[in-house]
Design a protein around this ligand. Sequence first.
Ligand code: NAD
Length: 519
Amino acid sequence: SRLNHITKNIHAANKSLSYSTKEVRKVPMIINGELRISKSDTWIDVTNPATGEVISQVPECTQDEMEEAAENSQEAFLKWREQSVSKRVRYIFNLRQLLDKKSKEIAAQITEEQGKTLKDADGDVFRGLEVVEHAASMTTIQMGESMQNVSKNMDLYSFREPLGVTAGICPFNFPAMVPLWMYPLAIASGNTMLLKPSEHDPTASVTVAELALEAGVPPGVVNVIHGRKKCVDFLCDNEHVKAISFVGGNRAGEYIFQRGTSNGKRVQANLGAKNHGVVLADANKEDTLNALIAAGFGAAGQRCMALSTVILVGEARSWIGELTKRAQKLNVNVGTHPDADLGPVITMDSKKRILDLIKTAEDEGCTIALDGRNFTLKGHENGYFVGPTIVTGVKPHHTVYKEEVFGPVLCVMEAETLDDAIKIINNNPYGNGTAIFTRNGPAARHFQHEVDVGQVGINVPIPVPLPFFSFTGSRGSIRGDLNFYGKMGVYFYTKLKTVTASWKEDDVTAKLSTAMPTY
Ligand code: NAD
């Protein structure tokens, strides 16, 4: 009923805004447990990528609103840190149930603003829910260590204490999963979180944060503010913010890492990628071709773990034709269509960028074996659709290979030997994920050992670890040392305090000594 009340208030607030129309929703902020419409006079249009229509607007929050949110997060922290871990975890259990119950509703919001298929949007919510389940084990994973008798009558033990206000800055491609990578672990370990969703598809992120309120999490523990660079700069500079979790592209990520760390904050930043799938000719052909198509074109290639480059090794080089035939059969459609394999890309700018990159490949001498540039969907001519595209003859110096395309474009490279393929991968600056397809155990083991990439799949195209492990992209795909989720995620949101305690049974006074104690 509290949420109904809040929703009614937003409805009323929406009506009172002169620039509001019936169709265009105003995306609320969350401050101190309330969903509020910003007083900003700068609003960013959010479009439905399948139609190009403006469906909602998200504010550039005002300076006063951002400051109010940060102050409120700090005040909430001082109370929240005093809650027992068992109680915090009980809220997480509630959150898990609510997420499960509302997953279809959230998936529909994702499809509307992000464009991905409903089935894929279900996965977006589910992979976030798994992190919530991991956060529910905080009673164990936040434990410190202890050792008795480190000296006579002396024990040594450690705690993992929360940091304070943490901030989460999110990308557009997983509007439910990425906020759920961040805030459940942050709050379950005793912090508060100030979240900034992507300005391209903020609604599902706000819903996911709103569920924390519904789960009973006290006001101020999860706050949401909106905006672009100004909002990001605010989070990087604000005195209350002690740590920043960022997921997004390299440009913004490198900048946030620099600015945040130079202000003395912890920053974990998961960045862009160029993931290679290596195919040996002894692989299960059917399975491998299906895996390559699914991992290259699923979510219209807009996953940081998309297999955007295939390296066909030796005899497998003859598989190009079959790969292209399968990609041709994919159903490009609106995300709500039950048979859609992939939907549109996020914005018209993104579509233009992708088309430009395909053009560079053509100009630089690659072959466009399958060309999705002229794809249009009848009845959705204003949607941001790009058809599946396969570029062959790709070499490391080609622009389409050097840039992260982040669209339904599969680059195909060729290599004589497995070691040649490994060399290509290790020379690429990114290190998010890679996969090998083979039935040859020793070859797979050699690959696993030699490849310098943080997440390796063996006959698994998108090797994203489950949340009791960590997301371990490496090299150019990460800044900061503590990874998202798993134990590392808890380490990121906590600082160690060690206590050395001496309790003598008798009242013997030790002799004064100025020398370093050697126990
Ligand atoms: P993005 O970097 O454009 O935006 C991410 C966030 O940064 C947004 O909240 C945005 O408002 C903010 N931002 C954007 N430009 C900024 C700037 N100049 N200064 C300050 N803040 C800025 O990323 P995106 O396009 O939303 O997401 C796609 C990218 O995210 C891809 O590169 C993808 O590989 C990456 N990604 C990585 C992972 C991972 O775990 N490695 C996961 C998902 C997405």
